[in-house]
Design a protein around this ligand. Structure first.
Ligand SMILES: [Zn+2]
Length: 514
């Protein structure tokens, strides 16, 4: 869902971002602020962010006078208004003036509170389905972030580059040992911490003990969690790349993650669970993690997955890389996903197989510099070099940008230790990430036509009859659209039904336990 800005250019500044001030919002049932606040003077025109049905909502002590606009892709909220400028139950087009901003309800000053809920609503995401509106208001050109193994150096050229860029996510190994706290190092970024306790093998023992293992693991790390929280880290990762090799291990792992998420979440650190290595979890195992994932989502977290290919980033497309798409499909949920490791890793290659036998076993991208890309890769012929690696990462990134629920991908690894030297993501490569994030986007059309059902409603002239039967963009409507049926025909059909089609996604979601 793409949105146009609800306020005119130059008439606002952001006064509170999504997810901020958890202490205030947690008693209200949100993990943090459930939208974005734009400070603007009373009476500033407010515009529809998308096509849809505008509904006057009952006055609320929190939101004051507020408006909802809804279509089959999602719902937006415009709160603290001084006045409506459209009638109740009116179909509006993106960019149409719908209200005037104000300071009604609970406010500390005049502002527009703007909330976004894409469909299907993710009820357990910690924000009752609301998501950060800001990425929807700006074309996201890249989801690439930076993954620091060693501590970044304040003042170093590449650190300064990242600090001042639109890069949003940083993964840090042991950021509690950084010379400068995360919030000072990267004030505009979200830092996700992985805490090293001496190798993957040590961590596996905790996982195999299920919930009790999570208690012990948490007790061991508690003071470090408090420290990274105090230093401004945003998210937290658990044990790295554990694999469950049988049913027994799987149930212990699932119990571990569920408990661990419930322990770190209340500390104000968003839990991103699984940290699954490339090719994991095995598809039949995915459902076993669902409960744990729902708990993580309840604290504003989600899932971390690792995706590598070789000899190119996109090798194994759909199975190794872009595996997350199959994962969410099997899960039946779309948690926020962070691809915490990606790039090229020869570890995915079946070196014993005929095509590879006898070849030197290569690892990270720098190890492939003596490898000639054959033409079928579409990368031009020649050896691996930084330009070729970048083109591959960028193509992968373009795919990630198509999926709202993917927050970021942090290619492995900047400031590598000796074991991982061939994976090095140097400053020259980070400079390319930064440039991609900053690409200028052509202005959007004034009236994007994103919602065929709304357009059909307007075209049919039947809008006035809708009133209480309005919620016709039900799952059924969407299903029929997906089958290729004509939008106007669906609309007529649904409107003409005597019973009407009340909007019941909320009830359905609760029935399904989502
Ligand atoms: Zn607000």
């Amino acid at each position: 869902m793409r949105l146009t800005h609800p306020l005119g250019p130059g008439e606002w500044r952001v006064s509170q971002r999504f997810g901020e001030n958890p202490a205030y919002y947690q008693p209200l049932g949100y993990a943090g602020h459930e939208g974005v606040d734009f400070a603007c003077s009373v009476g500033t025109p407010v515009y529809a962010a998308h096509d849809g049905l505008a509904v006057h909502m009952p006055y609320s002590s929190g939101y004051g006078r507020y408006l909802r606009i809804e279509n089959m892709e999602g719902q937006t909220t415009y709160a603290h208004l001084s006045a409506y400028t459209v009638k109740d139950n009116t179909f509006v087009r993106a960019g149409e003036r719908v209200a005037l901003s104000g300071a009604t309800g609970t406010v500390t000053g005049p502002h527009l509170h703007f909330g976004v809920r894409p469909k299907p609503f993710r009820w357990n995401n910690g924000y009752k389905g609301f998501v950060d509106p800001e990425p929807y208001l700006e074309e996201i050109m890249s989801k690439l972030g930076v993954h620091y193994q060693g501590p970044p150096e304040l003042g170093a050229e590449s650190t300064e580059l990242v600090r001042n860029s639109k890069i949003r996510y940083i993964k840090g190994i042991d950021p509690d040992n950084w010379h400068v706290p995360a919030s000072e190092m990267f004030p505009s970024q979200r830092v996700i911490a992985r805490l090293w306790i001496g190798g993957d093998g040590v961590e596996i023992d905790y996982l195999l003990r299920g919930a009790a293992g999570a208690d012990a693991y948490h007790a061991r790390l508690k003071s470090r969690y408090e420290r990274v929280k105090a230093q401004g880290c945003w998210g937290i990762l658990g044990p790295n790349e554990p694999h469950a090799w049988n049913q027994d291990e799987l149930s212990q792992h699932a119990a571990f993650w569920k408990r661990w998420a419930a322990l770190v979440g209340p500390m104000g650190l968003r839990p991103f669970i699984l940290s699954a290595g490339v090719g994991w979890p095995d598809y039949p195992q995915v459902a076993a993690y669902k409960e744990a994932i729902v708990v993580a989502m309840g604290f504003g977290g989600g899932v971390e997955l690792h995706e590598y290919g070789a000899p190119s980033v996109m090798d194994g497309d759909g199975h190794w890389t872009l595996r997350y798409r199959k994962f969410v499909q099997l899960l039946g949920l779309k948690p926020d996903i962070i691809i915490g490791e990606c790039g090229i890793d020869g570890g995915v290659i079946p070196w014993e197989d005929a095509g590879w036998a006898g070849q030197r076993r290569r690892k990270g991208w720098l190890d492939w510099r003596d490898w000639d890309y054959p033409p079928q890769y579409g990368l031009g012929q020649g050896n691996m070099n930084e330009e070729r690696y970048w083109r591959q990462l960028s193509a992968y990134d373009d795919e990630l940008c198509k999926d709202d629920y993917v927050l970021a991908a942090t290619p492995f690894v900047t400031c590598p230790n000796a074991d991982w030297k061939t994976f090095d993501v140097p400053g020259s490569l980070i400079r390319r990430f930064v440039a991609k994030h900053a690409q200028v986007v052509a202005p959007q059309p004034v009236l994007p036509s994103t919602d065929p059902l709304t357009l059909a409603a307007i075209a049919s002239g039947k809008v006035g009859q809708m009133q209480d039967k309005i919620r016709w963009w039900t799952e059924e409507g969407v299903r029929r659209l997906e089958r290729g049926e004509d939008a106007l025909a669906i609309f007529r059909d649904l409107v003409d039904r005597d019973k009407g089609l009340l909007y019941h996604a909320e009830r359905r979601a609760k029935e399904l336990g989502l």
